[in-house]
Design a protein around this ligand. Structure first.
Ligand SMILES: *[C@@H]1O[C@H](CO)[C@@H](O)[C@H](O)[C@H]1NC(C)=O
Ligand SMILES: *[C@@H]1O[C@H](CO)[C@@H](O)[C@H](O)[C@H]1NC(C)=O
Ligand SMILES: *[C@@H]1O[C@H](CO)[C@@H](O)[C@H](O)[C@H]1NC(C)=O
Length: 473
């Protein structure tokens, strides 16, 4: 028997030795198969990552789920999908932590993120608890485990400040656990994966979250703006996030700010930095109004002082314009509004979905009702098919497109926004009574867009960046 013992002083030694001793041991086992039994025992009294606890959480969660499945209610599905989303995020954050392992300080930030994730998972589990009496017992045990886990994370966070955590291996184990946990949640919830092709027939049933929220790099500074990630990213920019803030008068902007990942967006570290459309703000073909989208390496927006869509090509830095219909209302003449106020310079709303780019606007010939047009992304961009709706644009707070369906929101109160309206471009059918609610973190929503990549809503709300998960039938 090979016995390796280490105490705290020799914590680093143990990690190094493990690599050496295991292959040696394996060799012994192979060569002396018949005669000798070789056992490796590592007695490591270093504080290790609490994956045992995580495993308990995992089993609690799946117990929970096996009881919940038969209910098959949308609410539970949403909660479970929310939970799946959280676990995916948690797993990503752990991956980031692993990468940043050697840099000490960043590790602390990642741990902070993970702790936040834990909090949100806890909130979801709290909700599960309140659904039925039976589930309460199971949820309670999971919550208990998470509480323990959170305490552990706090301890680990302190360790990391002293750069003690070199636990690459333990993080590997944790990640593997999370993966299996994630798979289990996925398998058990049996939620249908949305095939892109049948997308137009899918009905949006609810919006869960916020699943993510950050004040970003300029907390409270720019009330108007938009953000998101490119649904058709250029190679190597798959994880990038973009942010456009109306830096002049809440109305105008002349640049796009990039972040290499969601993590750097949260930390407020803009690594790729700004890409300028023009040095002046505003001037011809710079950005007017917050409802912009980035798609296929180009930003689509309302051109300054024009009734047209501008497309800024990030590679060539060249702007092409797309004329809208005659009589298109612009320069804050047909904004999104609620009873209290209108959001200035929201005449045009650019949107993305599975099929590409869209624009919502109105003209003086349409009684101020919303018009929806497809933007053909060719060279030059062109205006595709157009649909007339019977909803007055100023009675709407924002719109987004998902699976070829236009959705419109209205302000309910400071905490709630309602998706009340839909227009299906495949059937031409309108509905006015959707009653799907979005819980807000701040009263106003200045920009709202759907990301077809992960079925997420990106919301810019009083300078906060918030995201929600969209649940389809
Ligand atoms: C491992 O270490 C702990 C504490 O240092 C000790 O109590 C235990 O007996 C050790 N186990 C073995 C197998 O040596
Ligand atoms: C679950 O809900 C019950 C009340 O319905 C409450 O007493 C209990 O503390 C909750 N458990 C957790 C873990 O939140
Ligand atoms: C940007 O310009 C490049 C070079 O002309 C072109 O290949 C690319 O398709 C353009 N992108 C968009 C979105 O128009």
């Amino acid at each position: 028997m090979l016995l390796l013992q280490s105490d705290t002083q020799f914590a680093l030694w143990s990690n190094m030795r493990l690599y050496v001793i295991i292959p040696l041991c394996a060799l012994l086992t192979i060569t002396k198969q018949e005669h000798t039994e070789c056992t490796c025992e590592l007695n490591n009294s270093e504080r290790i990552f609490p994956h045992e606890k995580l495993r308990k959480v995992e089993s609690s969660t799946s117990d929970c789920k096996s009881n919940i499945i038969p209910q098959k209610s949308v609410e539970l599905k949403s909660l479970l999908q929310g939970l799946e989303q959280r676990l995916t995020q948690l797993s990503k954050d752990v991956l980031i932590l692993e990468k940043e392992d050697d840099r000490g300080l960043y590790g602390v930030l990642s741990l902070y993120l993970i702790e936040n994730e834990m909090n949100e998972i806890k909130q979801l589990i709290d909700k599960l608890n309140s659904t039925t009496q039976e589930h309460q017992i199971l949820a309670a045990s999971a919550t208990h485990q998470l509480e323990i886990m959170k305490t552990e994370m706090k301890v680990l966070e302190k360790f990391d400040t002293m750069q003690v955590i070199k636990g690459r291996q333990t993080i590997e184990v944790l990640r593997a656990d999370l993966d299996s946990c994630k798979k289990e949640v996925k398998a058990l919830t049996q939620l249908p994966q949305l095939p892109q092709g049948t997308c137009p027939r899918s009905r949006l049933v609810s919006v869960t979250g916020p699943v993510f929220y950050t004040e970003g790099e300029y907390p409270g500074l720019y009330s108007y703006g938009s953000w998101g990630c490119d649904p058709k990213p250029e190679k190597g920019k798959e994880n990038w996030y973009w942010l456009v803030m109306m830096t002049s008068n809440n109305r105008y902007s002349n640049y796009i700010r990039f972040y290499s990942s969601l993590n750097s967006l949260i930390r407020g570290v803009s690594a790729p930095g700004n890409v300028y459309i023009h040095t002046s703000n505003p001037t011809t073909n710079t950005i007017q109004g917050p409802n912009n989208v980035l798609c296929g390496g180009a930003l689509y927006y309302n051109c300054y002082n024009r009734d047209a869509v501008c497309r800024f090509n990030l590679t060539t830095k060249h702007v092409t314009t797309l004329e809208l219909h005659q009589g298109t209302r612009y320069n804050s003449k047909a904004n999104f509004c609620h009873l209290e106020e209108c959001y200035p310079y929201t005449d045009l709303d650019l949107a993305t979905d599975e099929s590409g780019v869209w624009v919502v606007f109105t003209t003086s010939l349409d009684f101020g009702n919303m018009i929806l047009s497809k933007v053909e992304e060719g060279e030059p961009p062109a205006l595709g098919k157009t649909w007339q709706t019977s909803v007055y644009k100023q009675a709407v707070t924002n719109t987004f497109m998902a699976c070829g369906v236009l959705y419109a929101t209205r302000y309910v109160n400071q905490e709630l926004e309602e998706i009340f309206y839909s227009f299906n471009t495949v059937t031409g059918k309108e509905r006015f009574n959707l009653g799907i609610f979005i819980s807000k973190i701040s009263p106003n929503i200045q920009a709202l867009n759907y990301s077809p990549v992960d079925q997420t809503l990106h919301v810019y709300s009083d300078s906060n960046m918030v995201s929600y998960k969209v649940i389809f039938e």
